[in-house]
Ligand binder design. Sequence first.
Ligand code: ADE
Length: 230
Amino acid sequence: MIGILCAMREELEPVLEKVEVTEIIEYARNRFYKAKFQNKNLILAYSKIGKVNSATTATIMIEKFGAKKILFSGVAGAVDADLKIGDLVIATKTCQHDVDLTVFGYDPGFIPESKVYFECDENLNSVAKKVAERLGIKLKEGIIASGDQFIHSKEKKDWIKKTFNAVAIEMEGGAVGCVTWTFDVPFFMLRAISDTAEEGAGVDFDKFLEESSKVSAQFLIEMLKGIDEE
Ligand code: ADE
């Protein structure tokens, strides 16, 4: 079973259009779609925005539906100057930029008995890189930072860049990374850029959410062709 997770309805819909949905299960105030793609069994859902919602949904996919890997598709704000609206980025690692226990001497993002960075699966990342090469698509790779805040300030974005060496920001990856690390489940994080995370980002986000969601979904579907269920 492959888990496909998004945060928002707009991110999931273009994925759902390309798979054969066989069953819809209402559970935990959410809707889970069982589906087939080229004989592979999938469980799909959008979690709603944020770290708590995405952690809950990822946990349900793993514990209730038996997901053996979690693939995330959606949109992100650009941090790296190289990234433009519509560009694709995959995470090498994810982290939580809003975790702050620095008053106790810990690094930003660090929780005792846990860690700052959650590694994404190298095999899944290499499948992504091969797909990008085959299709001639630019694909950036780097750290993606998450927090329960929509970032729309150059100052805040620069702080996240400097502190976590992040290339993009969103609101779920660090939480899903923590869950998948906890359960030892391979994790893949794909995002298409919807905004620059600077002043005015909210306007761009609304304008490009659907378009960038489709870019990410289409790439994920291409990748699915080369991914095993186990
Ligand atoms: N997702 C897309 N753009 C974002 C931003 N600027 N901040 C947080 N999450 C985002």
